[in-house]
Design a protein around this ligand. Sequence first.
Ligand SMILES: [Zn+2]
Length: 391
Amino acid sequence: MDYTISRKALEGLCRILKEDRRENSSGRTSAIERKLAENGYISLIELTDKLGMEERRGGGVIEYILQDLISALGIPTLTLCYRPEQVGDEPYPFEGFSEIDVAHLLIQLEHLGLQVDPSSLVHKLADKLGSARILTESELAVIEYEHRRSSRKIVLQVEGHSAAVETESTSHTDSQGMHCTVISSDHVPVRLEIQGPKHEAPLETPIVECSICRLSYVQNNPADERRHSTLHQERMSTINPQPDPRVIALMPVKDGSLLVEPDSPLWMHDEVLKRARAFRLEFGYDRVQWDGSSDNAASPEWRGHLFVSDEGAIAGACGFYGEAASPPELHWIWLAPPYRRRGLLKAAWPSLTRSYGEFDLEWPIQDAMLEFVARHGTPRQIERHRKLHSS
Ligand SMILES: [Zn+2]
């Protein structure tokens, strides 16, 4: 992470880090924690004062540069005041911090190599956060603390500095394994890089396409790799479907397909969705034509069918769409490769035309589908799609 900082603050920080760490006297951050426990907040003045007692290196310079560090690191400050003696009294505002933002500040200062220990405050706050789903930046820093401790790299650079004028660089590693590199220009520090002992250079993150499920994802990006793994499994179970107990429970299936309408169980809506995705992926369309899922039923304009094999596997699906005034059209149909050209669609077609009339197919239509209609469609379908195809 890169931050821009004032020249004065960078010089002060370098002075602190040049000195060896001092013996850790116990309970150092407890003074700040006590203040926070008392009021829920701490003023900038108290915080500066108490940090000055903890980090004494560099002749106590932390007290002079703290405010610059806080703004460089983007820690939010609050305007606070004491409760007036009587309502209506003039309040005395002062600058301060909430507990969570102090924790964030201490986490950042520890990463910068300063002698502070955020751990007990962080653990207390992480417990309070529980499983909250929306987090502020400071709350995120708290829940990621253990995971990222010692493994970050922070770069602080003086405002307006250009890399072209860098002249010398010195490095050292402190007793905690924090690796500091100071880059100076005319003997004045202009850039400081601090790397935790567990920091690893980031891996390359190329976009790759899985040759099996054909999904593109960012390699070495954990969230994207998890997303791929889920979709990969889903895709494999769609491409090579196995007998499904939920389907077997509904067998025998009349006319070879299960109708999926608004009040059908959600798992059926989800299974149609998986095939709608497979269709989109295989034929390169830009949108999925099915809005049902395991969370909600599809809109009333949609009707789905799940084609079922003799063994009770979901061999494929299709989606009909029709707004109230217009007859439904077949928008897409997808069969798993092992079930193509095996007569499943031919067996289901008469019942589909009974349900939807001599329906049209939405364009564009794959060649295999046109060929199918030419051989097995109703006379009107054959006529209509032959004409449209040759026009
Ligand atoms: Zn894959």
